[in-house]
Ligand binder design. Sequence first.
Ligand SMILES: [Zn+2]
Length: 615
Amino acid sequence: MLPSGSDSQQRSLENPDKQTMRVDSTKRNDKLIEVPRKKLNMRLYTESEQKFQDYINSKIVTISIIALVGAYAILIFIIVALEELLDETEFINVSSILSWIELGILIIFILEIFVGLYAWGIKKYYKDKWLILDTLIILLSLFFVIFELADQKTSNVIKVIQAVFRFLRIFLLIRKAQTFRRLATISTISTPAEKIVRFLAELKEVLEDENMKLDINYCIDKIGNNQLYQMGKLDEDNAEAMAWLNQSQQGKTEVKRVLTNEQQLQQQQQQQQKKVIANFQKLNIPKRLLDILFKQHDDLYIDPFECDKLCGGEGLVNLMLFFFENYNLFDVFLIKPKVVRGYFEEVMKGYLDNPYHNKVHAQDVAQTCNFLLSKCKFIEIGQLDEQDIACVLIAGAIHDYGHPGLTNAFLINSRNELALTYNDQSVLEMFHPSQCFKIAWGNQKVNIFENLQFQKYRRIRESIILMVLSTDMAHHASELAVTNSRIAAPDFEPNGKDKQRLMDLIVHSSDVSNPTKSFEIYKQWTEKVLTEFWLQGDKERDLGLPISYLCNRYTTNMAEAQVGFIDYVVKPTFACVLGFLPAYEPFFQNLDKNKAKWQELIEYYKQQLASIQPK
Ligand SMILES: [Zn+2]
C-alpha cells in the first residue's frame, strides 16, 4: 500500500543520474534556470528502490493486498462469532488454527511495511501519520497472536486487551480497504507524460520560489494538454517570426539494395561512370543539359533557369528522366522510359504559369532534394534504397502541381472550391499529390505506378503524400521542433524509425532553400515570389479581404522580408538538416552571406517603396 494519501508525492524521480534540472519557460524567454537537486532537498531514489515502488504500486500487488484484507475481515468475524457460540474449551481448540492463519496474514502485512520503508525511506513512508498507527496495531496484534499461541491460558485482563485489539484490527481493515480507491488510478499512471507531470507536481511542492512554481505550472499545463510542440503566443519582438510562420496558415519499406559503406558507394559511382552516355541519350535528354548534369547533377548551385531553357522549357521532364536512369528507377517501377516521360510531361503541363510556383520551381526543388540525397549523403545516412530515393525525387517534382499562385489563407478566406473540398486543412498540399496520383491512374499510358506490387505501391504513395504535406508552412514550426528533439534523442534512427520524418524534411527544406543558393539565383526567385504575393495582395484589396503578410506591394520591403525569412524560417530549417547531414556544413554559411547582402539593400528598397504610391 502507498505510504501517503497524496499521489503526487508517491512517484520517484525518473532519472536519478541527472544532477541538475533545466526549467525553460516562455514567460521568461531567455532565462535558463539550473536548479541543483540537492538545493531542492529532493530524495533521489536508487534503481532498486524505484523497482520496489513500482512493485508495490503494481496492480497485482494491490489486488493481492485487497484480497488479503478481505480474508482477514472474514477471519476476525469468525473469531468473534465462535467466541460467542462455542464454550471455552471448544473455542481454544479451534482458535489455535485461526491464530496461525492470522499470524500468517499479519506477517505479510509486516513485510509490506518493510518493503515500503525500504522503497520510500522512513521519513516519506510515515509522512501519512495514520500509517504509524497502522504499524503499531499490526505489531501489537502480532504480539498478542504469538502470545495466544504460546500460552493459551490467558488471564482476564489479557482477554479484555485482546478484545480491544480485535476492535482496532477492524479499524486497520477500514484503512487497508482504502487501497480500493487507488486501484482505480493505477491504470492511468502508465505513460511517460503522466509520470513527468506527477514528478513536476512533486517538484513544485518542495520549491519555495513562486516564479519557479509558475514555470512548473506552465510545464504541467503544456504537457497535460499535449501542446509541447505548438507555437505559443510570442511577444512583439517576435511578431515577424510569427507572421512568417502563420503566413500560409490562417485559414516500411522493402529494402532491395541498401547503399551502406564507402566501398559500395565507390563501386556504384564507378559503375555509374561506366554507363554509356548513350543510355542517357536514348532518353532524348538534350545533350547540353546532359553535359551539365553529368558534371554537376548533385550541385547546389546548378542554374534551374538555364537548365529549363536548354530543354526548351521541359527541364522538369528531362531532369526526372535523368534521375530515373541515374538511380535505376526504371527497374524499381518496372516501367519503360516513355511512360516516365509521358507522366512527367503531364505533371509539367499541370504547373500554371505563375511568377513563382511554376514548373521551374518544381524542377529546382527536385534538383535540391537530389543535392541533399547525393552530395550531402542522406542516401548513406538514411540507408535509402532506390524506392526511397524515387519517393523523395517524385515528391519534389510534384509538390506544387496545379498551384494557383495563391496561398492557403487566400483560398480559405475567399471560400475557394479547393478550400471547401479539403476542409481548410493543408488545402494546396492535399490538392497537389491528389491530382498527381489521378494523372497516373487516369491514363494507363503514363501510369508510372501500374506495375508496382500492391503493398509496394501503397508504401510509395503514403511516403510521397507525407512529404508533400510536410511542405505546408502551417506545420513548419511544430514539425521542426519534433524533428530536432528526435535528432537529439538517444534512440534517433535516421535509417529506421526516423527515416520518413527526415525524408519529409529533405523535401520541405528544399522547398525553402533559395536563400542557401548563390545570391544571383536567390534574388531572381525572391523577385518572382514577391511578384506572386503582390498579385495576391492586389486581389485581396479588390475583394475587400485583409491583405496577407508580405502581399502588400506598397509596404513590403523585399530585402527586409528576406532577412526575416532567413532568420525565422530557413536558418532554423537548415540547422536541423545540419543535425543529421554534417556534409551540409560548407553550404550553411551561404545563409549569413546572403543575409548580409540583403541588409545592404534594405535602404535601396525603402527608397523604392517611397517612390510608389497606392492608387
Ligand atoms: Zn514549393
